[in-house]
Design a protein around this ligand. Structure first.
Ligand code: ATP
Ligand code: LTN
Length: 326
């Protein structure tokens, strides 16, 4: 069975982009893969976090994993910092990556742009991500499109180390959804939907109430030509709505556009509202129950034990290959 690994940062506001790009894949892959899903708290502290809030957000993401359908009996769910191999392998990989390749990462450029001083962790962030993935001999990494460059870097580092130290790592592949891989902000469809945008109507959070979902979608930015057609370059707003609808229904964007021929944007938006509300309703119901249950921390402890057993085997191999320790 192929092994899957992915992670989400516990930084609040888990949104439709996170769900349609990543979490939805997590659930699908459980059927026929050995899956490991991590809450990457060490990635979260690359920017300042309030410790109390971080603790809550870790539990929020764990509960959301389970609420969308990740089953802790089938998959491992755990918190990154509870397995020390991540930080340890992260350091080893830092010593096998180049500052040049890290400075080229578009996410680093975006997050560091215009700042007077930039934390080192923001630069080495993708190396820690590579460590997360390589620590588990991962075959498949389900993520959104924005992580493509980081997956490529992870592959480059794995190939480089394998060349130097012979067959140390499995070289993983990214896995991207057809329609959900890049959900755009509703208020500005030229930007990706993000947790950190100031305007709450730029995103749908997975726990948003029906009314909020309706408001955010009905006021989504479109264009003035009135035709419903999939054309991300010239019609990013309408194309984003078609993408969201397609990701929920499984129908192709072209078929949806054909079905709406001659109708107005309002008609399309109403159906997107209904599809989103219907999809999020059971997630919200499950979440409320799971977040309050005592079972949650037990799931994370059990996940950490199972993850650690795999990680330790890899670290033993890595230490031997590199000549670390005695
Ligand atoms: P954000 O930019 O919203 O803060 P993020 O990408 O920095 O999110 P994570 O929460 O760790 O951080 O992302 C979890 C998963 O969601 C990743 O696989 C990421 O690629 C995916 N993802 C994030 N935003 C989108 C989006 N707008 N569309 C599709 N997938 C997304
Ligand atoms: N960098 C990712 C989160 C992340 C991740 C990972 C995803 C950290 N480690 C390992 C997949 C595999 C993000 O910002 N979305």
């Amino acid at each position: 069975m192929k092994r899957v690994f992915s992670g989400v940062q516990p930084t609040g506001n888990i949104h439709l982009g996170n769900y349609l790009g990543a979490l939805k894949q997590f659930v699908e892959l459980q059927k026929d893969h050995e899956c490991i899903y991590c809450i990457v708290d060490e990635h979260a502290i690359t920017v300042p976090q309030d410790p109390k809030e971080l603790q809550q957000h870790i539990l929020d993401v764990a509960a959301l994993y389970m609420a969308v359908g990740v089953d802790p009996k089938k998959s491992i769910i755990f918190v990154q910092s509870s397995v020390s191999g991540h930080a340890e392998l992260g350091w080893v990989l830092c010593c096998n990556s180049y500052t040049g390749e890290l400075f080229r990462m578009t996410q680093f450029k975006a997050k560091s742009g215009g700042k007077e001083s930039v934390g080192t962790g923001l630069l080495t962030y993708p190396v820690l991500m590579a460590a997360d993935i390589l620590l588990y001999d991962t075959d498949v990494v389900p993520v959104g499109n924005d992580q493509k460059q980081h997956i490529e870097l992870c592959r480059d580092i794995a190939i480089r180390v394998n060349h130097k130290y012979k067959d140390t790592f499995v070289v993983p592949d990214g896995r991207f959804m057809k329609s959900g891989a890049r959900i755009m902000a509703l208020d500005d469809p030229t930007q990706k939907m993000s947790k950190s945008a100031i305007n709450v109507h730029s995103r749908i959070s997975l726990l948003d109430e029906d009314n909020k979902i309706k408001k955010s979608i009905m006021r989504a930015t479109t264009d003035s030509d009135g035709e419903i057609r999939f054309d991300p370059e010239n019609k990013p707003g309408v194309s984003n709505l078609l993408n969201i609808y397609s990701a929920f229904s499984g129908e192709s964007v072209e078929d949806i556009a054909a079905r709406f021929a001659g109708k107005g944007y309002g008609d399309l938006k109403k159906e997107v509202v209904a599809a989103t509300q219907d999809a999020l309703r059971p997630i919200k119901d499950n979440y409320a129950q799971i977040r309050e249950s005592d079972e949650l921390k037990a799931v994370l402890r059990d996940g950490a034990d199972r993850a650690n057993a795999i990680a330790e085997k890899t670290m033993k191999r890595v230490r031997e290959k590199f000549g670390l320790g005695i």
